[in-house]
Design a protein. Sequence first.
Length: 278
Amino acid sequence: MKEESENNVHRDLDLLKRKIKMEKNIDLSILKKLPEQNVQAVLEIIPLAPLSMVSELPGSFYKTLKYPSKKMLCGLFENMLGWHFDNSLRLEIFKDMVKVRKKQKIDLKKEQFIHGSTYIPLLMEFFSLNGTPCYEPIKPFEEGDIGFMYYTDLWSRARRRHDTYVQVNGSRHISLDVVKELHDEIMHSDSDGSNINKQIDNWLKSPDKSNSEKYNWQQLPFYYYTPVSREYIEIHGIIKIPINIDADLLSLLKKNINNSVTYLGNSEGWVEVEITKV
């Protein structure tokens, strides 16, 4: 019975691996094993740029954490391994992981991991935080330097929303034809102009006059850019985080530690990483 169960686990993971056709050199076999956090280690992160580690879904302000969350570290590890999968593919992999864990008598649910963002981590079971993170100076701090500094900057956010008039009011690549058509629509309406946003909204959701199979919002740029306030933390030293980690994952990370440019928080937060056994 045990042998049959193990065969089923291997078969499920073989199916999982075949789904990664474009990434055929990526080994996901670690996901089939039962995770064991059997090694104590210290994760050292050396920031090469200011970091913006935003954990909650932001409104108009992106507030950074002082230290990375476990979910961010999961993204860091997957980045080191080259697991650059979009969320639809991650969901397929995760569904296969759920089947594998079920045969291993483990109840794995997506809801456990998606708090704060839509990113679906794949390695959350393979490590845990084991103590309080700290900053360690590379060189002695000067007088008044506490090891880090917060500041707020403007950040260009790329997005597309066809359910609102926001991007119609200003977009870098909007077509002049769209602006003219919308202007004519509003100017020739019976409205007194007191509810222009509602008129724009109705126009967006109306069929395109030149193509009945499309809607007006489909004439707009796929992305538009809007500046938002984003908080950064500049760290004058090394972030040290004690962790318990699966020995196989630790081995994989050490093999790939110098093979990729690694980032934390967002793609601007480049870092170097070291992992040392305790």
